[in-house]
Design a protein around this ligand. Structure first.
Ligand SMILES: NC(=O)c1ccc[n+]([C@@H]2O[C@H](COP(=O)([O-])OP(=O)(O)OC[C@H]3O[C@@H](n4cnc5c(N)ncnc54)[C@H](O)[C@@H]3O)[C@@H](O)[C@H]2O)c1
Length: 292
């Protein structure tokens, strides 16, 4: 079946990044004419049009948006340590504001934005805290103590503002760790010995190809408004039953329901029902018995 993206002009910012390269390739395979925006040239980046520029610059973003129908905004400093606190926070919030405000004012009708599981602040929090409850969902209380998480929380507000102001529909994804199958398998192997580091993200993960697929659905789904969705594989990246993991590593945290097998303790109802998303590349791990 021909994709509704066939022949559409899509701007992808951060197009040479980990998610950007795979997304640019995926959208191109669906027939989209991708304008790829990046800070510097990159050998692997192939697109209909490449704009070298900075998403913080009004002029560069105006140039990149020229003739574009929809936007995928991925450019960011993607970790608290990717720059100074000032650089990480300002790059992310200024870029998201700049891209969405210009896209909205230009009459563009749809944007997809990379938020992060870190928008709720707990995974990078230096305090020894746990989520307020499991499964994590889009309404979970935030406890933010770092500039990267704050930038993503702010980006979600920018998405809502842009829709309210200009009527641009925006889909923001709270991605967990997104990576290639090889890297995800390495992380999973590390959790055989010690699953503790995964507790605050609910041992969640997403294959980069599934991030690109979620982005496709975010661009094409029939919806209006500004939406935030957790996007994750339906299973965990730890080879133990989720209930046993939570008993051991988050014993005091309320569970709003029981989890079956290696079910990820994230509520994926919203992305399933609104976008029809189900991950297509999941880790095939044996389920072992966790020592108590
Ligand atoms: N990969 C993950 O695990 C993950 C998880 C949650 C959220 N995210 C979010 O998804 C998005 C993409 O992440 P990624 O893993 O591909 O990161 P990445 O660092 O691999 O790619 C980001 C790209 O953005 C570009 N960029 C940075 N600042 C820019 C600027 N000022 N102007 C133009 N381009 C700029 C970089 O050159 C880079 O190519 C980011 O917003 C990130 O915060 C990623």
């Amino acid at each position: 079946m021909t994709s509704s993206l066939n022949g559409r002009r899509v701007l992808v910012t951060g197009a040479a990044g980990r998610i950007g390269l795979v997304t640019t390739r995926h959208l191109t395979e669906l027939g989209a004419l991708v304008t790829a925006m990046e800070l510097v040239e990159h050998d692997e980046l192939k697109a209909d049009r490449i704009v070298i520029g900075d998403t913080r610059s009004e002029d560069d973003v105006a140039k990149a948006l020229d003739g574009v129908d929809t936007v995928v905004h991925l450019a960011a400093l993607a970790h608290p340590s990717a720059g100074t606190p000032y650089e990480v926070y300002t790059t992310n919030v200024v870029s998201t504001f700049n891209v969405l405000a210009q896209a909205g004012a230009a009459g563009i009708k749809r944007a997809v934005v990379a938020s992060s599981i870190n928008a709720f602040g707990v995974p990078f929090n230096p305090a020894d805290i746990r989520p307020a409850y499991y499964p994590l969902d889009e309404k979970i209380p935030a406890d933010v103590a770092d500039w990267y998480s704050l930038s993503k929380q702010n980006d979600e507000n920018t998405c809502r503002m842009a829709w309210r102001r200009w009527g641009i529909d925006v889909v923001a994804f709270r991605f967990p760790h997104v990576n290639s199958a090889e890297v995800l398998e390495r992380v999973a192997n590390g959790f055989v010995e010690d699953p503790a580091p995964g507790v605050r993200e609910g041992w969640s993960y997403l294959d980069t190809r599934d991030a690109a697929y979620a982005i496709e659905l975010g661009l094409t789904a029939k919806l209006s408004g500004a939406h935030v969705f957790f996007a994750a594989a339906s299973t965990t990246n730890a080879p133990y039953e989720t209930e046993a993991l939570l008993d051991k590593y988050a014993p005091g945290v309320p569970r709003l329901r029981r989890f079956v097998g290696r079910e990820v303790p994230i509520d994926l109802t919203a992305i399933r029902t609104v976008l029809g998303f189900q991950a297509r590349h999941e880790l095939d791990l044996p389920t072992k018995t966790l020592e108590t």
